[in-house]
Ligand binder design. Structure first.
Ligand code: NI
Length: 170
């Protein structure tokens, strides 16, 4: 089921999410399935639970955008263990549609997370996957990619969004 994506301006996007505790439940599995459906329907490569108005530490990622089933990644209560190097590349967000900007991120990350049954695992990513991991983990802390831009760029985008919202186009 495709869920409604919350847009910039909704406080849930700027609130730190709570740890997931409902492991093994049907509801958690359904939420994960619905988040993948929602991400693919919107042509994204990552989606965090706060973006569907669920303030819990859960994100789904698929850098192949549905091309490779083995690329699907579910991260619950994730923590970054190691960050290495830097990369600068264009980034967008399904909650901030229409805006893309260069963002500096670590080139490689290693993290520890839980799966839907609560089992811990470690995984790592580089380049685009590492970028998606860092972007989605930020969401769980109420941080948007706008926070990584210069104040000038950030204010410009905020002003444009306020204008769109006033016109009823946001
Ligand atoms: Ni995002």
């Amino acid at each position: 089921m495709v869920l409604r994506i919350v847009k910039y301006g909704d406080p849930v996007l700027e609130t730190a999410a709570a740890e997931v505790t409902r492991f093994g439940s049907l509801e958690l599995r359904q939420l994960v399935d619905n988040m993948f459906d929602t991400m693919y329907a919107n042509k994204g490569i990552g989606l965090a639970a706060p973006q569907v108005a669920v303030s819990e530490r859960l994100a789904v990622i698929d850098p192949s955008a549905g091309e490779d089933p083995s690329a699907k990644l579910v991260l619950i209560n994730p923590r970054i263990l190691v960050k290495e190097g830097t990369q600068i590349g264009e980034e967008g967000c399904l909650s901030i549609p229409g805006f893309r900007e260069d963002v500096r991120r670590a080139l490689r990350v290693r993290l520890r997370a839980q799966n839907v049954d609560g089992e811990f695992f470690e995984t790592e990513g580089a380049e685009l996957l590492a970028r998606a991991m860092q972007h989605e983990l930020d969401h769980l802390n109420g941080v948007l990619f706008l926070s990584h831009l210069s104040p000038l760029k950030r204010d410009l985008i905020r002003r444009k969004i306020r204008k769109l919202a006033k016109a009823g186009d946001w």
